[in-house]
Design a protein around this ligand. Structure first.
Ligand code: NDP
Length: 388
């Protein structure tokens, strides 16, 4: 039996992972399931999958979790230290699906155990790409992308020579406001932003899709995962979300990964890698699909894409600062403190205030340095956003 853990088990990616695991229950021994506030879901899944331990990130929810698990034999735990302890338990395969920079340290701990880490938490690569890769290498661990675009690139590269890669194109649906008049964006509400045309995802990533901060994170993640130059990475708006990414080679060939928007494909690919197994995802009917369309992304509508390029150019700790400022700006938008269109400004001004953290040798960053930059950026972004 493969020992598996799922960080962020109660979220959208976590639940899709559990859906796959539950179909082949006897193949897996579940070590740890972690969640945040959704105690009912966490306890239900921990019981059904007979997990060793269930952890909520919130100390105050421990009594509720204990009560929900009473008599089940599943250990209940809470708080950051418990999360890290659970991540340090040996496992063969770990899903990293906590949202935000909070997912970084648990993922690193899993790599230190030599686990295969299926990485949905793109923030880990944005904040700490070199550290993640170094840690995986030092401990003989494997790092597999779960973001649909990165899984697509990974699959298109199997058996290929990286030296023959000219470019990578990642697609973006354009999110909720793709076709809105620009002048209406300032009045967009969090509820409107959290409605995705194609994908069913958590609230935060859905709003990040509308602002394209999600794509901005993915551009940086692509660069980190596949060691590409920033100029080799292109973004194209593809409203149907059927092609997830394409890899262009030096002979002009362009290999595309095509499939319906269902995260169980990328999760299942990472779960069974290096094999391919049957997955319960819809098979694409090309004739029914008819046609696919593509557009150039407009940086006036989506300034986050320009900021991603600037972050890659700046280097140093800019990735961690960018992500932290984005998380704060998103919180402020969700709380109604700033308009949708102000988020990019908060992030840009934070990057500018902390520009002295750019340019250093990224390969030497430790977790402490990254967490300090994250902390400083949050503080700065709160100040900047609070002045509105
Ligand atoms: P969700 O918001 O649906 O789920 C997030 C999970 O993290 C939940 O289990 C939540 O607990 C938990 N959580 C939230 N805050 C914390 C915290 N501070 N500490 C510990 N746990 C926490 O997010 P998604 O599943 O949509 O996304 C998860 C990650 O995967 C993100 O990094 C996202 O960018 C990435 N991703 C998601 C895709 C998708 O289709 N959803 C596609 C590609 C990548 P609770 O809900 O119980 O409070």
């Amino acid at each position: 039996m493969r020992r598996i853990s799922i960080f962020g088990a109660t979220g959208s990616i976590g639940q899709n992972t559990i859906d796959l695991i539950a179909r082949d229950r006897d193949a897996y021994a579940v070590v740890a399931l972690t969640g945040g506030r959704n105690i009912a879901q966490l306890a239900k899944d921990a019981r059904a999958l007979r997990a060793q331990v269930a952890v909520t990130a919130h100390d105050d929810l421990l009594p509720e979790l204990r009560e929900a698990l009473a008599g089940s034999g599943v250990q209940a735990a809470a708080g950051r230290a418990a999360l890290i302890e659970a991540a340090s338990r040996p496992a063969d395969w770990v899903m990293s699906a906590i949202v935000g920079a909070a997912g970084l340290e648990p993922g690193l701990r899993a790599l230190e155990q030599g686990a295969t880490l299926a990485l949905a938490n793109k923030e880990s690569m944005v904040c700490a790409g070199p550290l993640m890769l170094r840690t995986a290498q030092a401990h003989g661990a494997a790092l597999l992308p779960v973001d649909s675009e990165h899984s697509a690139v990974f699959q298109a590269l199997i058996g290929e020579d990286m030296a023959a890669v000219e470019r990578v194109v990642i697609t973006a649906s354009g999110g909720a406001f793709r076709d809105w008049p620009l002048e209406d964006l300032a009045r967009a509400t969090p509820e409107q932003a959290a409605t995705h045309p194609n994908w069913d995802m958590g609230q935060r990533i859905t709003i990040d899709s509308a602002s394209m901060f999600n794509k901005a994170l993915e551009v940086i993640e692509t660069r980190e995962f596949f060691a590409l130059d920033p100029e080799q990475i292109e973004v194209v708006v593809h409203p149907e979300s059927m092609i997830h990414a394409l890899v262009g080679f030096c002979d002009g060939a362009l290999m595309a990964h095509v499939g319906p928007p269902d995260m169980r494909h990328a999760i299942g690919f990472a779960l069974h890698h290096p094999q391919r197994r049957a997955l319960p995802v819809e098979r694409l009917d090309l004739v029914k699909l008819g046609r696919l369309t593509f557009r150039e992304p407009c940086e006036t509508r989506w300034p986050a894409l320009r900021l991603a390029r600037e972050v890659m150019q700046a280097g140093g700790l800019s990735g961690a600062i960018f992500n932290a400022a984005k998380e704060v700006a998103l919180d402020q938008f969700i709380a109604g403190q700033i308009p949708f269109t102000r988020m990019a400004g908060v992030v840009e001004e934070t990057l500018s205030c902390l520009s002295s953290h750019a340019g250093h040798n990224r390969d030497q960053f430790t977790l402490d340095m990254i967490l300090q930059a994250d902390h400083l950026a949050r503080h700065t972004a709160r100040d900047i956003g609070g002045r509105n």
